[in-house]
Ligand binder design. Sequence first.
Ligand code: SF4
Length: 249
Amino acid sequence: MSGAPPKPLETIERKSLLYRSGLGFDCINHVLGCSHGCRYPCYAFLMARHHGRVRDYAEWCRPRIVGNALALLDRELERKRVLPDEVHLCLTTDPFMVGHPEVGVMSLAIVERLNRSGIPVSVLSKGILPEELADRRRFPADNTHGISLVSLDEGFRREWEPGAALYAERIAAGRRTLVHIEPYPTPAVFEQDLEAILAEVAFADHIYFSGWNYSPRVRRDNATEAFYHRQSRVVERFCAKHGIDYQGE
Ligand code: SF4
């Protein structure tokens, strides 16, 4: 990112923050929208538009931060009789959004607050994970730090993840634990070598692999399922060889 410094983000107020997602884990999304503007398309964008929270893609790419997020989190943690085992940041936005440092500042404050209550956090980003996350005095819980990475090709990134961090910078900052390879493109979308991507992330403790959904560009027919089955086995074998935990299709 270059040019003039970004304008401060608009804020919104919410009535609640911490919630159990339909996927069965606890989440916090303290921003509405995401300037990374992924065009797979982004499922969170489709849902936000469907529910009238944003009008269109342009509005989605102008994120608004939840101004009362930390106050809500304090209140919700104090009221909970049973605390979550782990909280995920984020399911419907990105906690370390490129060009919006105030999002990262709030994400770190949320991780810190949760860790203070003994709750570990799993973060997943297409931005650049900040070094501060490694500070065990500030973040004492066993947090999981994840990067999302489906290619090494910057041309692919510019087309499909136009606002996200450069792959090399993402990898350099993500040398801790989780790598999330999803949505992995079929050859019809983009031809590439999965083994080359895996070779770059052999440092990971955990790799998650999954296919491409919600787009007419990828029909989930038998041929596609067979492709993803083969690719999953490639990732699985790679993980077994390198002692990495594998999860995927
Ligand atoms: S980084 Fe995640 S939330 Fe942001 S646009 Fe891309 S897929 Fe959607």
